[in-house]
Write a protein that binds this ligand. Structure first.
Ligand SMILES: *Cc1c(COP(=O)(O)O)cnc(C)c1O
Length: 555
């Protein structure tokens, strides 16, 4: 009898354990599917929401503003450049190619200082010549050809004047005083996304990262980035270097310490982070430098797309130029996601080149053969140039590089900032972009009754809201327990979408803690964020009713 009871009990426990394991597995799967796929489902539900509310989608990171000035300048420059081409041939819709002789003087004559777009172009060219030391005719010939796009990008990695302009921009916005412009190589790419793909491909192909190698990832992070190391044949083992709300989403000392292990080959971060929107503090940068002293071959890969949204920002690249590969994208600040423009920047003295020199002879021989088809001296081909070659499977190296009109557009965006920076003035466009997201953040947090983090390291482009903590604070433990037992987090997000027309993103999909949601401050207006808070509380009130908890009983 006892035995049977025991057996039944054991069976029960086993079944419960199995159910629990099932639940865990399901949770894991949910996370792996990724926040973006989950959100796609909610977008559908929101369209037909029960309340019949207009949809408020705070899932998207795409900004709802654009930079107009650089776009006006682009078409003006295009028009000017076509005029230059027509000077050599102009017949039946066919024009020739721009000539360098006298191009600078003709530019001055063509521009009208009373026209704001012309005045900007004149100031931009003036800055390139007088501050960056570029040759005026050479610059204008490069710009004219590039905007028209009548030559392959030469050199394929980056047009020479573009490289100088982009270097000045990176230095002005991301380095916080470090002087690296003259020693930094730039490779413009089809957005930050292509930059990441190219870097991982080249690190793997060049055997700097091998299957089984450990790569540390600063979490929470943009979901697709979590997935890169494990896909394809990279076979990388990722470990988390996590930041938490308790530490204001900065990376704690003991987490950074994980990087001291020479078994950790690379460290991959978004700074300021996505979804937490937090920039690394100066202390953490200093701690990171100490870790690199213990692990000098560490390759750091930093995505600084949100750098200009934090105040007093300093890139990890500026603190550790030898070890760091910098990725920047114009997508968010300038509202140019459809252009696909970003870049990779690396110091001319860097850990990747040192690691290449130290590879075993067998690897070196293999790589010599690989690159011999595009260079006479494969051994001394810098890593950054290998990234360019690998972006076109080496064989098509001679036709690699970003489209030249896209490079010109990057120049103009960069120059829209540099004309202010060179005069020591604040850039009104960057100020406005920051003030815009800050006002939305304040509207949201106030309406939710949450404390704002106004510190300069908070980029406020996204925010993570802990729904569980909010429910406990506003409604009490009972509703929190009901929510945690009756609803999964996906159920909650589905309800918010299906009943109230609000789309938020699933925090754990970014490796953020359970109960968190990511709210983008990029794509709705301040009053919309107040309305999101109102609808969220409306749903929670309904939950109280369903749970049989009187609103008056709720805290
Ligand atoms: C939006 C975003 C980018 C921009 O990518 P693009 O391909 O340049 O549009 C890069 N990194 C992160 C973390 C982002 O959130």
């Amino acid at each position: 009898m006892k035995c049977i009871l025991c057996l039944a009990l054991a069976l029960c426990m086993l079944l419960t354990a199995a159910a629990f394991a099932d639940q865990e597995a399901e949770k894991q799967l949910e996370k792996e599917i990724g926040a973006f796929e989950i959100t796609a489902e909610q977008r559908e539900k929101a369209k037909a929401n029960e309340a019949g509310y207009p949809v408020l989608d705070a899932g998207r990171g795409n900004p709802n503003w654009i930079n107009a000035q650089a776009r006006y300048a682009f078409i003006r420059l295009m028009e000017y450049a076509i005029g230059e081409s027509e000077r050599t041939l102009n017949e039946g819709g066919m024009a020739g190619q721009a000539k360098i002789e006298g191009i600078g003087e003709r530019f001055d004559a063509a521009m009208d200082p009373e026209n704001p777009t012309d005045a900007f172009l004149m100031a931009a060219v003036d800055l390139c010549v007088n501050t960056l030391g570029l040759d005026k005719d050479g610059l204008l010939k490069e710009l004219a050809d590039a905007v028209i796009g009548d030559y392959y990008p030469v050199p394929s990695r980056c047009l020479p004047n573009t490289e100088a302009i982009l270097n000045a921009f990176l230095q002005a916005t991301l380095y916080d005083g470090a002087d690296l412009a003259g020693r930094t190589g730039v490779f413009p790419t089809e957005g930050g996304s292509a930059a990441m793909v190219y870097i991982f491909e080249a690190l793997s192909h060049n055997r700097l990262l091998k299957p089984g190698d450990q790569i540390a990832i600063a979490t929470p992070i943009f979901t697709p980035y979590m997935q890169i190391p494990s896909v394809k044949d990279y076979g990388l083992v990722s470990i988390d270097v996590s930041s938490t709300a308790e530490n204001n989403w900065d990376i704690a000392e003991e987490e950074i310490a994980k990087l001291e292990d020479p078994g950790v080959k690379a460290f991959f971060l978004v700074n300021p982070s996505n979804p937490a929107s937090r920039a690394l503090s100066k202390n953490t940068l200093a701690r990171l430098a100490q870790a690199v002293e213990k692990n000098p071959d560490l390759i750091i890969l930093t995505d600084d797309v949100y750098g200009t949204f934090a105040e007093e920002f300093q890139s990890v690249y500026a603190a550790l130029p030898f070890n760091t590969i910098l990725v920047y994208s114009f997508s968010k600040l300038y509202g140019v996601t459809g252009w696909r423009i970003g870049l990779i920047a690396m110091h001319d003295q860097n850990v990747c080149d040192r690691l290449l020199r130290g590879l075993p002879e067998t690897d070196k021989n293999y790589l010599r053969d690989e690159y011999a088809i595009v260079t006479a001296d494969p051994d001394s081909m810098p890593f950054l140039d290998r990234v360019v070659a690998d972006s076109r499977s080496i064989g098509l190296y001679h036709t690699s590089g970003l489209s030249t009109p896209s490079q010109v557009f990057m120049d103009l965006l960069a120059l829209s900032h540099l004309v202010y920076a060179a005069r020591g003035e604040e850039d009104p466009y960057i100020r406005l972009a920051n003030d815009t997201v800050h006002a939305r953040y304040a509207a949201l947090m106030d309406a939710l009754g949450l404390e704002k983090d106004e510190s300069e390291a908070n980029a406020q482009y996204y925010t993570l809201v802990d729904v569980y903590a909010l429910v406990e604070a506003e409604y009490g433990r009972e509703l929190l327990q009901w929510l945690q037992t009756e609803k999964t987090e996906i159920d909650f997000l589905n309800d918010l979408a299906g009943r109230k027309g609000v789309v938020l993103m699933y925090g754990p999909g970014f490796s953020a803690p359970d109960g968190t949601v990511r709210i983008s401050l990029a794509n709705l207006n301040a009053e919309d964020y107040r309305e999101i808070a109102r609808r969220l509380f409306e749903l929670l009130d309904e939950y109280c009713e369903e749970a049989g908890i009187g609103l008056a009983d709720a805290a």
